[in-house]
Design a protein around this ligand. Structure first.
Ligand code: PHE
Length: 453
């Protein structure tokens, strides 16, 4: 990689660095854990096609809107709106984003902790030596216990904080630059192994031959929700990373590339998991436990499965870390600007707060299972509030802010870098139309549908 010089980083290094950091944030447990089980629950290829339509029709324009807000203001999610609309009360949108990321990081760190435990189990070859009954109960025994999940959550959050404390370039960018290609290679290797299993063809057909008979309103709902979660939309992440992007960068290109990278990783994860699920006759609709319950079973039955398990859980952990650092950065950047804190002080304070919330999430699956708010455990509540409420509201407000408040001229200005980049007018017109009408309508429909049904 090219080195930093006095005028800032050279352009190639910087564009690549931004892209891997953004893709690192987008590619995470959303791709490796959530996407495959949603595909399995929603009938396979038809769900994937609807998901792809949402990513390209709504995901890219919304990514771009967040980029515009971040780069134009050069400020954290919290301050960005105040800078761009000083006379109006838009600052609460940034605050919502910070709250959203606080909730996400609390349960994300717990699931990341599970990844650590499963990596340790793979090193001990637990999956290849356990009986089928032990494998079936392994996940519930572990996730509902008190101490081990708490210790794993603490380790995961500490590693996240350790990377974030080193700052944007030295911490986040350097980590992602090395880890994203590693993740890509590991996942491709596992996908090839899975695709070449005898009986895996049924999984390939499931992934790529749509059966529209199973599609209903819920399929659309699940696909749009997944697009938001996977692309980290409405969480202030792209606003925050966008504020570290220089004025000469091509933000439309970066948005398209991020969406493409995220989609490619989701499809590779599908190819790694579904053929194996079919080859071993497991139900694809296993639900959220698919990765942690089904895969160890599959690894137990695969030749060289013990080693593949190590690679898979290592990959899962890397993907989770490059995302968790971005979630923490949204909170840190805002805390530093808002309270004029040093990075280190901000990281320590945020670490402590999230650690407590994460412990509650983890315990809510076991000893505190009876503590329920609106019928949900703390873990489920945080998951629900962030992905199904705050991210959607955040996305809606961002779209509204860019398309209706900043307007087309500002959008044109940001997309073309003040007229220096040539972008055809029809591209800008289409994006503007999607942002002004289609995206808000789709988000409002999905929200109404969720709360009413
Ligand atoms: N997109 C990440 C994933 O797929 C999760 C995430 C959400 C990251 C919000 C940052 C902000 O796992």
């Amino acid at each position: 990689m090219k080195k930093e010089n006095n005028n800032g980083r050279e352009s190639f290094s910087s564009s690549f660095g931004i892209l891997v950091a953004l893709a690192g944030s987008a590619v995470g447990l959303g791709n490796l854990w959530r996407f495959p089980y949603l595909v399995g629950e929603n009938g396979g290829a038809a769900f994937i096609l609807i998901y792809l339509a949402f990513v390209f029709l709504l995901g890219i324009p919304i990514l771009l809107s967040e980029f515009i807000i971040g780069r134009r203001s050069q400020a954290s999610a919290r301050k960005a709106f105040q800078i761009l609309a000083p006379d109006e009360n838009w600052g609460f949108v940034g605050l919502l984003a910070v709250i959203c990321c606080t909730l996400i990081l609390s349960f994300y760190s717990v699931v990341g902790g599970w990844g650590i435990e499963y990596l340790v189990k793979s090193f001990k070859f637990d999956f290849t030596s356990a009986s089928d009954e032990n494998l079936a109960s392994m996940f519930s025994t572990f996730s509902t216990s008190t101490w081990t999940p708490l210790i794993c959550h603490t380790v995961f959050l500490s590693v996240t904080a350790g990377i974030v404390v080193s700052g944007v370039k030295k911490g986040i960018e350097s980590f992602s630059k090395v880890m994203m290609p590693v993740l890509f290679v590991i996942m491709i290797g596992i996908a090839i192994r899975s695709l070449t299993l005898p009986g895996g063809e049924a999984g390939v057909a499931y992934l790529f031959k749509p059966d529209w008979s199973e599609v209903d309103g819920h399929t659309f709902l699940a696909a749009l929700g997944q697009a938001f979660f996977s692309l980290s939309l409405g969480s202030g992440m792209v606003i925050t990373y966008g504020s570290y992007v220089k004025k000469h960068e091509h933000i439309l290109k970066l948005s398209v590339e991020t969406a493409l990278a995220d989609t490619i990783f989701a499809l590779i994860a599908g190819c790694a998991i579904m053929p194996a699920v079919f080859a071993f006759g497991i139900s694809p609709g296993e639900g959220p436990g698919l990765v942690f319950i089904t895969l160890p079973y599959i690894f137990g039955k695969l030749p060289m499965g013990g080693y593949i398990a190590i690679l898979f859980f290592f990959a899962l952990l890397l993907a989770a870390l490059t995302s968790s650092i971005s979630v923490m950065e949204v909170i840190i950047a805002s805390a530093m600007e808002e309270f004029k804190l040093k990075r280190k002080t901000a990281v320590i304070s945020v670490f402590l707060g999230i650690w407590v919330l994460g412990c509650l999430c983890s315990l809510s699956l076991g000893p505190l299972n009876e503590w329920k708010v609106v019928g949900k455990t703390i873990f489920d509540l945080f998951d629900y509030l962030s992905a199904n409420v705050l991210m959607l509201i955040g996305g809606l407000l961002v779209v509204f802010f860019v398309a209706w408040k900043l307007g087309k001229k500002a959008m044109h200005d940001e997309l073309t870098n003040g007229g220096t980049l040539k972008i055809p007018n029809w591209v800008i017109d289409t994006l503007y139309f999607l942002l002004r009408f289609i995206a808000p309508a789709a988000i409002v429909i999905i929200m109404i549908f969720q709360y009413v049904s």
